[in-house]
Design a protein around this ligand. Structure first.
Ligand code: ADP
Ligand SMILES: O=C(O)[C@H]1O[C@H](OP(=O)(O)O)[C@H](O)[C@@H](O)[C@@H]1O
Ligand code: MG
Length: 373
């Protein structure tokens, strides 16, 4: 999978050629996550550094093809099998492809959207570090969803703002606790401010999504480590406390949501000193709510290494990767790079994906759900 020409591939892949291929990119929660799971607000960006790719090929039977490494079922030994399960869990991407097909079919049925009866095979590949809080799971779902939109030629019938919820429903179907920010960033591309206020969510089934100019962003860095963690598991205890009305969780989540509101202002004003403060506050609030055991020692260390050189740092998602910002510029980036290398963390400069919406997608957008800043 080559990084060059990615965006062109993504835009041209909806042609009527027999094989349909779609990419969906990793995302970084910049400020406000995980309040997206709780009627909050977030600012997120879609990044070119990593992506999942799904291929749909017309076929006589409907086939979901397991990935040769991510859905491993053949092992050298019992120890290899156990080692694999202990490090990566039982599941690969097959269940995500299947759940996407189910959610897509049921939604079309509910909406009276006609689907032809031809069959297809689906396969996937991904270079998004596994379960690293970079939305590897929803990238697979999102790319699958895009393939189905084009195979059935219904892109014009499913509004863009509804798609993130459908993509989320595929993971809910599997019992994974997750929020909308990943899917919004992956459907729209670019940099987005998202407001998931209860009124809009209940009334329309989606939030209000504002595409921000990606040039507002300062240079950012992504730090990650081989350390898969199950985002569903990380979230479930806090989610339960929130559902139970736990005052500390409810008010902390509101505080996190407010950081995104302030973050939008800071970005629009290019007030990066403020942005750095907000990113740090975001992580500190997450740490207080989730506790160190749930966050994981290695994940906390990634933030601490970044902070040791004065960079602002927070999780991109539920854990596994960190987004860092060096307010002092290139010399601080150098210090950060050295500090990461010393402890074995990977670090790369963030490359933002521009908006991914094509003309058909844009025509489906409703004014109330989308604004331009
Ligand atoms: N790289 C991957 N390859 C295959 N399946 C994956 C991958 N990453 C995630 N999944 C699937 O998605 C589920 C949820 O992953 P999640 O913990 O949300 O990771 P992420 O932070 O990458 O979104 C996993 O249990 C697994 O079934
Ligand atoms: O905790 C978070 O910030 C996010 O966790 C999940 O993303 P993941 O990439 O799987 O860690 C979740 O889906 C998001 O909605 C949360 O904001
Ligand atoms: Mg996920």
């Amino acid at each position: 999978m080559e990084a060059n020409g990615l965006i062109e591939d993504e835009r041209s892949s909806s042609s009527s050629s027999a094989v349909i291929e779609h990419k969906a990119f990793a995302r970084i929660g910049l400020v406000g996550n995980p309040s997206d799971v709780y009627y909050g607000r977030t600012i997120s960006l879609n990044i070119q550094n990593f992506w999942a790719c799904v291929t749909l090929q017309p076929s006589s039977d409907l086939l979901i093809l397991p990935h040769p490494t991510h859905d491993l079922v053949q092992f050298n030994s019992l120890s290899q099998l156990v080692n694999r399960l202990e490090n990566e869990g039982y599941y690969g991407g097959v269940r995500l492809l299947m759940a996407t097909c189910k959610v897509f079919k049921n939604y079309c049925k509910e909406q009276g959207i006609h689907l032809h009866n031809n069959n297809f095979s689906l396969s996937y590949d991904t270079n998004i570090p596994r379960q690293a809080g970079l939305s590897g799971s929803s990238a697979i779902v999102c790319a699958t969803f895009s393939c189905l939109l084009d195979f059935y030629k219904v892109r014009d019938k499913i509004p863009v703002e509804m798609r993130p919820q459908l993509i989320l429903n595929a993971e809910k179907e599997l019992g994974i606790v997750a929020g909308l920010q990943d899917r919004v960033a992956q459907v729209y591309g670019g940099l987005l401010y998202m407001d998931f206020n209860k009124e809009s969510m209940n009334k329309h089934g989606h939030g209000i999504y504002t595409q921000l100019d990606t040039s507002l962003l300062p240079p950012l860095h992504l730090i990650y480590a081989e350390n898969p963690s199950d985002s569903g598991k990380v979230h479930s205890a806090v989610r339960q406390r929130w559902l139970d009305g736990d005052k500390f969780i409810v008010s902390s989540m509101e505080e996190v949501a407010n950081l995104a509101l302030e973050g939008k202002k800071a970005l629009l004003e290019k007030d990066y000193a403020k942005l750095a403060i907000l990113m740090n506050q975001n992580f500190d609030l997450r740490r207080r709510m989730f506790g160190d055991a749930a966050l994981g020692a290695l994940n906390i260390e990634m933030v601490e290494v970044a902070r040791s050189v004065g960079a602002a740092a927070k999780f991109t998602g539920s854990g596994g990767a960190v987004v860092a910002f060096c307010p002092d510029g290139p010399s601080q980036v150098e210090l950060l790079t050295d500090a990461c290398k010393k402890v074995g963390f990977s670090i790369v400069p963030v490359k933002v994906v521009p908006s991914l919406l094509n003309e058909i997608d844009i025509r489906t957008l409703s004014k109330s759900a989308n604004t331009q800043a």
